[in-house]
Write a protein that binds this ligand. Structure first.
Ligand SMILES: O=P(O)(O)OC[C@H]1O[C@@H](O)[C@H](O)[C@@H](O)[C@@H]1O
Length: 314
């Protein structure tokens, strides 16, 4: 792997460095000074900052990589399962593998390339992985940072096996919020969800926008492709756009569970909220040679735009 620094545009660049655990990471920057960090451990985005240097993703203060335990924070990639339904480690092995950089990625679409920095990572199963999950696949993850600061993750998973396989998937996104009690989610009201706190029993969301006053661990089913997470105190809204990802996990461990998890600092659960794009209820099945694409796009806008309904299409 070369230490290449590729200049895509005026100041937009990618750089290879080490993260705080000494693991290789790629830093993407845009001309305005926004940045994103992607660790080769797990292909996990561990940081996303706006042009004022403000961190937009949550990372637990005690977050260290202790494989096979993944780091809690950023955007862990859950593949080939979300949760622990089949006899694999919780949320699958992808988040605990060392990915490689694809040195010859397909070029960005011409209209899409202005000021954008991106990196393509690859994951292929090792002999050891095949013992636990006997399916050959090629997983290409493109992480890009737009000139406008937008963070996009595109996963392409190809079956290079001679028989079909199925998987579930999640971009388990940890958003950084001011205080969980100040946050609400729009876009999930009236949907059905599986409640992990009640053995995945199915319920229907009754209320208006979703707010938080205790532990939440749910998979909202067939959710819209645009979801907004409004943070009143910070007066900013995360807009999550997704494609190929029908479900949305909403998770906050709250105080007791967060303490038991050990790698959250005191009260730190208040500053995080996982809201993701995922494919969980109905596993994706790929026949030999088939490819699946799942795309997640994150932007942050001032909250007032959202409450006026200007940016969230129905
Ligand atoms: O604890 P992990 O494996 O990092 O996963 C984070 C959490 O992800 C949630 O979505 C699960 O439902 C929780 O039970 C889990 O703790």
């Amino acid at each position: 792997m070369g230490h290449a620094v590729a200049i895509w545009d005026h100041k937009a660049a990618i750089e290879l460095t080490k993260d705080w655990n000494g693991i290789d990471q790629v830093v993407l920057r845009n001309p305005q000074g926004a940045s994103a960090r992607v660790s080769l451990h797990g292909g996990q985005v561990t940081s996303w900052r706006n042009d004022r240097g403000e961190e937009l993703l949550f990372t637990s203060s005690k977050a260290i990589f202790k494989p096979p335990k993944a780091m809690r924070g950023g955007i862990p990639i859950c593949f080939p399962q979300f949760g622990n339904c089949v006899s694999l480690e919780q949320h699958g092995f992808a988040r605990n593998k060392v990915w490689t950089i694809d040195e010859n990625p397909p070029p960005l679409h011409h209209n899409d390339s202005h000021g954008k920095s991106f990196v393509d990572l690859l994951l292929k199963p090792s002999e050891e992985d095949l013992k636990f999950w006997p399916h050959s696949f090629e997983f290409c993850l493109r992480v890009s940072l737009g000139a406008d600061g937008k963070l996009t993750l595109i996963s392409r998973i190809r079956n290079i096996n001679s028989k079909p396989f199925s998987f579930s998937f999640a971009y388990h996104t940890y958003l950084s919020v001011s205080d969980i009690s100040e946050v609400r989610i729009e876009g999930l009201e009236t949907l059905d969800y599986l409640d992990n706190l009640f053995k995945r029993e199915r319920f229907t969301e009754q209320g208006d926008a979703i707010t938080f006053e205790s532990e939440v661990d749910r998979v909202y089913l067939s959710s819209p492709n645009v979801i907004a997470v409004l943070d009143h105190e910070r007066k900013r809204t995360y807009v999550i756009r997704k494609e190929g990802l029908p479900d949305t996990v909403v998770w906050n461990p709250w105080e007791k569970k967060s303490r038991a998890m050990l790698d959250f600092g005191d009260e730190e659960y208040k500053q995080m909220l996982c809201v993701d794009g995922s494919a969980i209820e109905k596993p994706i099945t790929l026949k030999p040679g088939e490819e699946w694409t799942g795309r997640l796009e994150l932007t942050v806008v001032p909250s007032s735009f959202c409450s006026e309904g200007l940016i969230i299409p129905s």
